[in-house]
Design a protein around this ligand. Structure first.
Ligand code: SAM
Length: 477
């Protein structure tokens, strides 16, 4: 991207957006992908969680989305912004009605995808008030979920195809609890003795659900909710999966025992075991005893022979107890530590490292949060701006790509509300590693919200971007 330092904020963002769209289009054509359209009943190849965009397509899309977010901030009336954001709870409520009220299913039949459904037809089919449906639909239309083809007749837009039965987006949207937790967040942050608590048993989740259980204890007592919760966690893993497989150099781990600790259904092991470069590795999937039966039935479906030959072992293990398999092994903690407060992360890592030797690698797979300092802004230099320029970040964009990072940032608030956990910056990861007696050797940023943080008993930190090039060098201490 070129520098527009001489331009006003508006013109600079406009130019950056144009450049990003040009780069996106150039890459789309060279990959022979169809044009993007909102008004189609076919998903675009980019919508498939199993499609990994090229590095340039990924970067162009992220920059364009960040620009659009910054432009909206710049252009929108601040009062209207307040009204819009304070009403954003209705975005979630309307999405919920759209899916749970059966409206998406009615609009997803082949005929409705072509011709739409009138509000009256939806009222007849679902016994819902036509007036209320139209109020809700016009808000959803403003967010791109559907369009009004003629007055009071609506058709699903392309993004809504993710809400159809069997889609990952549908699974994610059906997991309850977020509005309830959000309604107790103010008390959790501002009131009472839990204000500064770091315990996973003293969060907005306990306040809103009237329980003293942690989320994991609560889910263990409510198997239906556990099923739904783990299915939605799995979709989040699926969305990052391909980038993780492609952008981390797994070939470095040959001849190792690879232990996925807190493996859930074992999807990571299921993929790693198929990599030719890891054909001489053995795998262990560990989780709590109440979870391992599901891990077994899942892995039995695709890897039964590997379970019987013991190339894959499934075992019950509590990561707050010493990890017996650490010597010479690779211990993976994927989407685990963001669920826990710092002192618990330190306990988990100390236990993982207790029997470690210099050959042991501990891979933390989680988000590495970047600050939201804005390059080219009046405060950029005092606030990390020099570092921003090193990455040749376009002017007036936040280092974390702002609007393009909103889903991860919102998830970070949820994690805080339910676990007292949170996503962490590199400095916070370094502090946790150091307290656990570990060093971060390398950080790989992949084409997804995840990064792979390689730790060992050794020393020195290097970072690589998704193209595999060193991005910055930073000693740990
Ligand atoms: C967010 S899920 C991540 C699952 C998997 N690593 C993935 O990336 O899909 C967290 C996992 O940690 C497991 N877990 C929670 N507490 C644990 C403990 N004390 N010991 C071992 N596993 C635990 C849960 O059962 C769950 O499978």
């Amino acid at each position: 991207m070129g520098s527009f330092a001489h331009l006003s904020e508006l013109r600079s963002l406009q130019n950056t957006l144009n450049q990003a769209i040009d780069a996106f289009e150039q890459e789309r054509c060279s990959l022979d992908l169809p044009e993007l359209s909102t008004y189609t009943s076919d998903p675009h190849p980019l919508d498939d969680l199993n499609f990994l965009p090229s590095t340039s397509l990924f970067a162009a899309r992220r920059t364009a989305l960040a620009c659009i977010g910054q432009l909206k901030v710049l252009l929108q009336s601040p009062y209207e912004k307040v009204v819009e954001q304070s009403c954003a709870v209705y975005d979630t409520a309307c999405l919920d009605i759209f899916v749970r009220g059966g409206l998406v299913d009615e609009l997803a039949t082949p005929d409705a995808l072509l011709n739409g459904r009138s509000i009256d037809e939806l009222h007849q089919a679902l016994d819902l008030s036509p007036k209320r449906i139209s109020v809700i639909f016009r808000l959803l239309a403003a967010q791109g979920w559907l369009r009004e083809v003629t007055e009071n007749t609506f058709v699903l837009n392309r993004p809504a195809l993710q809400l159809r039965r069997g889609s990952c987006g549908r699974t994610w949207s059906l997991t309850p609890g977020k509005p309830k937790v959000a309604s107790s967040l103010l008390d959790f942050v501002t009131q009472g003795e839990w204000k500064y608590s770091v315990s996973p048993a003293e969060t907005a989740f306990q306040i809103s659900h009237g329980t003293s259980d942690t989320l994991f204890q609560y889910l263990a007592r409510n198997p239906d909710q556990f099923e739904q919760w783990s299915a939605s966690v799995r979709t989040y893993g699926d969305a990052c999966h391909l980038a993780l497989m492609e952008d981390y150099p797994w070939h470095k781990l040959t001849q190792k025992t690879i232990v996925d600790c807190g493996a859930g259904l074992g999807s990571l092991v299921e993929s790693l075991v198929k990599l030719p470069c890891l054909s001489d590795c053995n795998f262990v999937a560990q989780d709590l005893p109440q979870i391992t039966p599901s891990t077994t039935s899942n892995l039995n479906r695709s890897c039964e022979d590997l379970l019987s030959s013991r190339r894959i072992t499934i075992e019950s293990y509590d990561f707050f107890s010493p990890q017996q398999r650490a010597a010479g092994a690779v211990i993976i903690l994927k989407h685990i530590l963001h669920n826990w407060p710092d002192h618990d992360c330190v306990r988990i890592l100390q236990n993982a490292a207790l029997e470690a030797d210099p050959e042991t690698k501990i891979l933390i797979i989680d988000n590495v949060v970047l600050p939201s300092t804005v390059s080219g802004s009046p405060h950029a230099l005092q606030d990390g701006g020099a570092e921003s320029r090193k990455d040749s970040l376009p002017e007036f964009l936040p280092r974390n790509y702002g609007a393009a990072a909103k889903a991860s940032l919102a998830l970070g608030v949820h994690m805080m509300g339910v676990f007292n956990g949170h996503e962490r910056t590199l400095a916070q990861w370094e502090a946790i590693a150091e307290r656990s007696g570990l060093h971060i050797d390398m950080v790989y940023h992949v084409r997804a919200p995840d990064s792979v943080i390689e730790c060992s008993l050794g020393s020195g930190t290097r970072m690589q971007n998704s193209a595999g090039e060193p991005r910055a060098t930073r000693p740990v201490s």
